[in-house]
Design a protein around this ligand. Structure first.
Ligand code: PGA
Length: 320
């Protein structure tokens, strides 16, 4: 059977309109060209596909069967086209991410296995505070963004993929390190190391103190959670940070997690993109990877949690 894909596509349009003239208009062809192609198709199949009764065109039984077959072929072809695009995308695509600073403790470890799986993908990773990440989101600068809480004033898709917990960190030899159920009022009196304006951590910390009508005793403002952690170890004060900042620390005795009422505060890391954004194949693949393997890989690739933190996270009630 000498049937071409082009003839089948023409046939579908004629069958939809039941008119050679309208099919020709839709296809930007002349009416005789369409008729000629259908004639050749009919000849190859060996049965009439249309019958003309009066002025109207009808599909014959063979025509109806052919139409069903054509629809199946079209669907299969569309699926094949997507597969080809996917294969090309994963072969030489790029992935642009912007993440809040605290995410630098786990995002690079999540990227490791992903990049090994798709070695030809170029990844760019922008690490900055929440305020700047939100600016980049509204400027459509990257494919995906990673934040703790979803954006407040921007229409975005935000999906949780990894558990987080905020803890109160103090120097290892701090007098409160052996106390249980420390009230937040007591924490508010300690010298507090605060992140800079624009930081999501700062926003959350401020909300926690506001909720209890308290003000932290801010001793120093520091523009990085890593620097705050080092400052705590150096005895400059205490702070509230994501437990992820302890990622590779293991069982250090330089830092203590204080047992404060209402802590740890559990929350989720979200992967975010602008509503309506057409995600690339690579971005979609990374999203699926985060949802299916993110939590597991983050846990597997971090140093085992210090015993104290582990039991603390398990036991504490925590408030959102
Ligand atoms: P940050 O963000 O790095 O801006 O503090 C972390 C967070 O959103 O809690």
């Amino acid at each position: 059977m000498q049937v071409t894909l082009h003839q089948l596509q023409l046939f579908q349009v004629v069958a939809r309109h039941l008119s050679y003239t309208r099919a020709a208009e839709e296809l930007f062809l002349t009416q005789p060209t369409v008729s000629m192609q259908i004639k050749q198709l009919t000849k190859s199949i060996g049965l009439p596909l249309f019958e003309q009764i009066g002025k109207r065109l009808y599909l014959t039984d063979a025509g109806r069967e052919l139409l069903v077959t054509c629809e199946e072929i079209s669907k299969q072809l569309a699926r094949f086209e997507m597969t080809v695009a996917d294969l090309q995308g994963l072969k030489k695509g790029s992935l642009r991410l912007a993440v809040v600073t605290t995410a630098k403790y786990f995002v690079p470890r999540l990227l490791g296995p992903f990049c090994q799986r798709y070695p030809n993908i170029d990844v760019s990773l922008k690490v900055t505070n929440r305020g700047r990440v939100l600016e980049r989101l509204s400027a459509n600068s990257e494919d995906l963004y990673i934040l703790a809480s979803p954006p407040e004033n921007f229409e975005a898709e935000a999906q949780p993929f990894l558990a987080d917990a905020l803890v109160v960190l103090a120097p290892g030899d701090h007098p409160l390190s052996h106390q249980r159920n420390i009230p937040l009022e007591r924490i508010a009196r300690e010298p507090f190391l605060m992140r800079e304006v624009g930081s999501g951590t700062r926003q959350t910390v401020q909300r926690i103190f506001d909720k209890y009508n308290l003000q932290p005793n801010v001793k120093m403002q520091i523009g990085s959670s890593e620097a705050i952690k080092q400052a705590i170890a150096g005895g400059l004060g205490i702070s509230i940070l994501s437990h992820h900042v302890l990622a590779l620390e293991g069982g250090t005795d330089k830092l203590a997690i204080l047992d404060v009422v209402g802590f740890p505060i559990r929350r989720q890391w979200h992967v975010v993109y602008a509503k309506g954004k057409a995600l690339s194949v690579v971005a979609r693949t990374f999203l699926e990877y985060l949802f299916s393997e993110g939590q597991q890989i983050a846990e597997r690739t971090s140093t085992p949690m210090p015993e104290q933190l582990y039991s603390y996270l398990l036991a504490a009630e925590g408030v959102e």
